[in-house]
Design a protein around this ligand. Structure first.
Ligand SMILES: [Mg+2]
Ligand SMILES: [Zn+2]
Length: 185
């Protein structure tokens, strides 16, 4: 029997982004990575409500030679120790690799769904980038975007300020917009 799931984007959702100059970037070493403190509790609430929980993350710095694969593994070991997840799926490719998993393509979501028996029609993506929304839409999953200066909100089912609000929406089962407009104001 397939089950509903929540697919969390990682950077900017479960941990802060790292600013490199003006660029929103990802931690490249374990000492740059810090879990947002409310994540274990929010994740536990979703699991208690019957959701599987996953992380889907683009990590192109591996393909670019800017981050060692061992550092990514160390970060994900720490994440998995702190947060009870069903799986973590990372795309370590760059655009030139033309893989099927780099968001906004749906490969990370569809791959996990196949592997773990996820009911995509009852599932959610929570992200902070427009490409997370595009990924969810492409996979047939409802989408919640955390409002940030670097996203547009376009196409998201919901736009909220915080991860706590996003999880509350999932727990309410509000798969269609609560308000006619979820555009930015
Ligand atoms: Mg992100
Ligand atoms: Zn990939």
């Amino acid at each position: 029997m397939s089950r509903p799931a929540v697919f969390f984007d990682r950077d900017g959702v479960l941990n802060p982004v790292v600013m490199r100059g003006d660029v929103v970037a990802s931690p490249r070493r374990l000492d740059e990575w810090r879990l947002e403190p409310q994540v274990p509790e929010l994740n536990a609430a979703l699991r208690a409500a019957g959701f599987m929980t996953f992380v889907i993350t683009n990590q192109p710095d591996v393909a670019r030679g800017l981050m060692h694969g061992d550092s990514l593994d160390a970060i994900h070991r720490s994440l998995a120790e702190a947060v009870h997840l069903d799986d973590i799926a990372a795309c370590t490719h760059d655009n030139a690799d033309h893989c099927a998993c780099r968001k906004p393509k749906p490969g990370l979501v569809s791959g996990l769904a196949l592997k773990h028996g996820v009911d995509l029609g009852a599932s959610w993506v929570i992200g902070d980038q427009d490409r997370d929304v595009q990924t969810g839409r492409a996979a047939g999953v409802a989408t919640i975007l955390l409002r940030r200066p670097y996203n547009s909100g376009s196409g998201a089912d919901h736009v909220v300020e915080t991860l706590s609000e996003a999880v509350a929406l999932v727990l309410q089962g509000a798969r269609s917009p609560l308000f006619p407009s979820n555009e930015r104001v």
